[in-house]
Design a protein around this ligand. Structure first.
Ligand code: SF4
Ligand code: FES
Length: 247
């Protein structure tokens, strides 16, 4: 396939960015989207130009690093896949593809298509963990029965990879889907209930501090989430937050 790429180029967070146009030729339909980006970068390096900066790590849909807004969609076309799982067969020969970074005040652009998602790390540090007694008297996890339904819901919430597509997709740049998945994965299990009230309060207050917008229930986050995280988690987090406000 021969393609025209309109790629967001931005030197750093201070300078203004713009879309630059590039042509790539003879791209295999079997290539992944990131392999196509590698080919573009090889071409740019051979021409003595600066390659496009973009985030990636596992390239297997696990780490949450890849983060491209492709033709106006977080992680591009296709349901429940990350950018690294997207293949060029989803595009047509001769097509023009627009490639942009996540856009949100709380995710400032570092360079080109790379944004700073440190806000998510700070939210996790505020409460995305359980404290365990490591004195040697730790209770065996198997000694605490967990209903199958709760275990399944907790596991579903825990599949969130922290990619930030929910924020990039939301017109308010809300992080509620991410935070609610993290609150839920613990709130549903007995081990997480001990610090549940504190966790909901601390994670929500850190989320607000980071400058994410409010949730207005459009549901766009759920549609674009590569892991199919349900907005039911947002309702659960709201309940957790409200009940913890009275404790
Ligand atoms: S909720 Fe979905 S879209 Fe949001 S960070 Fe987690 S995996 Fe990514
Ligand atoms: S590179 Fe790890 S999820 Fe895409």
């Amino acid at each position: 396939m021969n393609l025209t790429l309109k790629v967001w180029r931005q030197k750093n967070s201070q300078e203004k960015g713009q879309l630059e146009t590039y042509q790539v030729k003879n791209i295999s339909t079997d290539s992944s989207f990131l392999e196509m980006m590698d080919i573009l970068n090889e071409q740019l390096v051979n021409e003595g130009k600066e390659p496009v900066a973009f985030d990636h790590d596992c390239r297997e849909g696990i780490c949450g690093m890849c983060s491209l807004f492709i033709n106006g969609e977080a992680h591009g076309p296709g349901e429940e896949i990350t950018t690294c799982q997207l293949h060029m067969r989803e595009f047509k020969d001769g097509e023009t593809i627009h490639i942009e970074p996540w856009r949100a005040k709380a995710f400032p652009v570092i360079k080109d298509l790379v944004v700073d998602r440190g806000a998510f790390d700070r939210i996790m540090s505020a409460g995305g963990f359980i404290s365990v007694n490591t004195s040697g008297n730790t209770q065996d996890a198997n000694a605490i029965p967990v209903p199958k339904e709760d275990a399944d819901m907790a596991m579903d919430a825990a599949t969130c990879i922290g990619c930030g597509a929910c924020v990039a997709t939301c017109k308010n740049a809300s992080a509620m889907l991410f935070v609610s998945a993290k609150v839920s994965q613990f709130a549903l299990l007995p081990q997480g209930k001990v610090e549940a009230a504190e966790r909901a309060q601390n994670m929500v207050s850190q989320m607000d501090e980071e400058g994410f917008g409010n949730c207005t229930n459009t549901g766009a986050c759920e549609v674009e989430c590569p892991k199919g995280i349900s907005i039911e988690n947002i309702a659960r987090m709201n309940r957790e937050y409200l009940s913890s406000s009275f404790k």
